[in-house]
Design a binder for this molecule. Structure first.
Ligand code: MOS
Length: 716
């Protein structure tokens, strides 16, 4: 059943509701795993139960004979993935900076490494078959626990980055040095990662796949299987959350495509929730140390930010925890050192806010600590060191209203009630604390192409390949087109999530409203011009699109518009900014932390779609609360295996944990980034939030927790 977008798009005071909201809440929206194809069969992966070593034997006879089983694949019999053989030296099994090559050899690189796959005519029979596969191993000693002495390697062949004098904070009159740790966190979107792979011909493939980029996934799969890009079709119309976990093609996707090749049927593979912990990346454990120093009146003298994040033994994943310290404040001397340590784990990946969220926890906690040493209000300290130009490259900002954001947030939370002395404010037997912290993230604009078709019946169809992992890409696009062309949103259909549509990049880095929204805008501008030309009377009459088409006897008018940034995108430093204010209650006897009130302010430029924008900020803030208080992937290092790989034991906030969250927007357009004036907000919604909570907990209790999550045991 195709959903009918035209049916209902309710609007309210805060703007248009989601164009796909009805389809999603009624179940009409089909996610990747929900497609049913004729002849479709089911694959279940068998994962390694050891952490490091080699496969000694695989006993698959019982599985092969089990009812309904079509194939048992492993490194012993799986066809080689041609792109994986060609791209790297086949003699070197563990390649750095390459994806895990599934079923390629007998090496086990982490607990949960796929070792076999059973394909059967039903899911249950595939599961049963998988239970019959017996694997023996030659175990080797593993290391999954970050060592006490972190001796990492610099990624990107990189050097330490020193602006001004190295480690200048040490000579400042007021200074501190502290270590901060964030544990591994797992994306855990509601929708499990899933793929259906169907070979239409020996060199032609169609997949229904959970991905943040239909075209990027098409290109990666084409490369792996030596296919022409145009011979791979990727469908990903609805994605039930991803947070970064679907920014790349993972081993299970390659495995499903291989399986479909072998059994000559469409193959569906859905990861289990436990599989999600070891198959699609995670936010890496990261140790950080901040040295920070200031003059007695609070002018920053120096920041030194060291960070070491974990990666796998077969692939380097590096992100930007230290970037925040380079750019958030005006500071003449900034030293950053970033390292990776390789452990016997699967490779981490981007997770919402990515490294910047990790870095902001450390920097914004340290700034708070400094404010107490200086006896200065944390907002005043930030304003004292407010960067008016980009401290890294001295470029002017395209827009920055963080100062206004501080004021708006302080007012909303009631900051004036905060006591500078920790532990002095109480309410009904609970300690009360106020905290604030902020974040920044690059505001990007990438290239996208939109096809717009205006039909003589008054409807408009917009097409681009972009995937939507939840922020409301279609809703923003429809809002922009409705405003540009002056037509009702109900008349506009946004088609997406399909690699055969015009090019759009991956939905990542908070860039899609800026990128695709601008392409929609530009397509509408071009369309208006075309209508103007068609009408041809000097353009004084109001454009009546339907009438023009009818007069010219045309069924429709189509434009295809490529849209990208211009010289301004290089000329200015473009950043989105956020500040989070939190009021917490901490129980003095139990250490329980209740988030009592939250006000988040975003400087995201012009707000295109107020309702979905609010959801973005609220969702990111909740992610930050989870990061602060709950989330932690726990490995039993004796076995190298997760012990909480399910949603009962891996805690995320639920409704009862979340109070009213006020999402406030400065809502001033950025004049340079793009024609719609919109900057990103997905990442800044989370960046800084965990520090705001930690800072509020300190204000309530006088206890500074520097290793997340802030569980009750750390407060009593
Ligand atoms: Mo985002 S971490 O770029 O999905």
């Amino acid at each position: 059943m195709e959903m009918d977008l035209m049916k209902t798009i309710p609007t309210s005071a805060d703007g248009m509701s989601r164009v796909d909201g009805r389809a999603k809440v009624t179940g009409a929206a089909k996610y990747s795993a929900e497609h049913k194809l004729p002849g479709m069969v089911y694959a279940v992966l068998v994962m390694s139960t050891i952490t490091k070593g080699t496969i000694a034997s695989i006993e698959s006879k019982a599985a092969e004979k089990a009812p309904g089983v079509l194939a048992v694949l492993s490194h012993l019999n799986a066809p080689k993935v041609p792109g994986h053989q060609k791209a790297k030296n086949p003699a070197k099994p563990e390649v750095k900076s390459g994806p895990l090559r599934v079923f390629n050899d007998n090496k086990i690189l982490y607990n949960g490494h796929p070792v076999a796959m059973v394909v059967a005519d039903t899911f249950e029979r595939a599961q049963y078959g998988a239970s019959l596969v017996k694997v023996t191993y030659d175990k080797e000693a593993h290391q999954t626990k970050p060592p006490a002495e972190l001796k990492g390697k610099a990624p990107w062949g990189g050097k330490d980055d020193i602006r001004g004098t190295e480690d200048a904070w040490q000579s400042a009159p007021v200074k501190l040095e502290a270590e901060y740790i964030i544990p591994t966190e797992v994306h855990n979107p509601m929708e499990l990662h899933a793929i259906i792979a169907r070979w239409d011909a020996p060199d032609k493939l169609t997949v229904w796949d959970k991905t943040q980029g239909a075209i990027a996934t098409r290109d990666d799969i084409a490369k792996a299987f030596n296919l022409k890009k145009e011979d791979v079709q990727v469908n990903s119309k609805f994605v039930g959350g991803a947070f970064g976990s679907a920014l790349q093609v993972w081993p299970h996707e390659i495995a499903a495509v291989l399986g479909a090749k072998v059994v000559k049927h469409p193959v569906k593979l859905v990861l289990t929730r436990p599989d999600m912990f070891t198959s699609v990346g995670y936010r890496p454990y990261t140790w950080q140390k901040i040295g920070i120093g200031a003059t007695a009146d609070g002018k920053l003298v120096g920041i030194t930010h060291e960070a070491t994040g974990q990666t796998s033994t077969y692939e380097d994943f590096a992100e930007g925890p230290i970037g925040t310290s380079k750019g958030l404040y005006e500071c003449p001397n900034v030293t950053t050192r970033y390292r990776l340590i390789s452990l016997d784990v699967n490779t981490p990946t981007w997770m919402r806010g990515p490294g910047e969220a990790t870095g902001a926890f450390a920097l914004e906690s340290a700034l708070d600590e400094l404010s107490y040493q200086l006896k200065m209000d944390p907002i005043d300290l930030r304003m004292k060191n407010y960067a008016k130009v980009d401290p890294e490259n001295k470029k002017e900002y395209s827009s920055k209203y963080l100062d206004e954001a501080y004021q708006m947030g302080a007012k909303q939370i009631g900051w004036s009630v905060r006591k500078a002395e920790p532990g002095t404010l109480k309410e009904n037997g609970w300690l009360v604390g106020y905290g604030m912290a902020g974040g920044m993230f690059g505001a990007y604009r990438d290239t996208a192409t939109v096809r717009a078709i205006f039909n003589a019946d008054g409807t408009l169809v917009l097409q681009t390949a972009v995937s939507d992992i939840g922020p409301g890409t279609g809703t923003a696009a429809v809002s922009i087109a409705a405003e540009q062309l002056g037509i009702a949103p109900e008349k506009i259909k946004f088609e997406m999530g399909d690699s055969s549509l015009p090019y759009a990049p991956m939905q990542g880095g908070s860039s899609i409203t800026s990128t695709v929204g601008s392409a929609v805008h530009d397509a509408c501008v071009v369309m208006k011009e075309k209508f103007q030309q068609l009408m041809g009377n000097g353009g004084t009459d109001k454009l009546n699109y339907v009438k023009i088409l009818n007069d010219k006897n045309l069924p429709s008018l189509e434009v295809l518009t490529k849209s990208q940034g211009g010289p301004n995108n290089q000329k200015y430093s473009m950043q989105s900014w956020s500040v989070h204010f939190v009021r917490v209650l901490v129980h003095p006897a139990t250490g329980v932390v209740k988030i009592n009130k939250v006000a988040c302010v975003a400087d995201s430029g012009h707000i295109v779609s107020p309702k979905t924008a609010r959801s973005q900020i609220v969702g990111g803030a909740i992610g930050g609360i989870g990061m602060a208080l709950m989330e932690e992937g726990v490995i039993d290092h004796r076995y190298g295996r997760y012990v909480n790989n399910n949603l009962a034991d891996y805690h995320v906030p639920v409704n009862a944990d979340i109070p009213q969250i006020d999402a406030i927007f400065v809502n001033k357009p950025d004049p340079y980034i793009n024609p719609i004036g919109a900057k990103g907000m997905g990442e800044i919604a989370l960046i800084g939030m965990s520090a705001a909570v930690a800072n509020a907990v300190y204000n309530a209790t006088g206890k500074r927790v520097r290793d997340l999550p802030i569980t009750p045991d750390k407060l009593i």
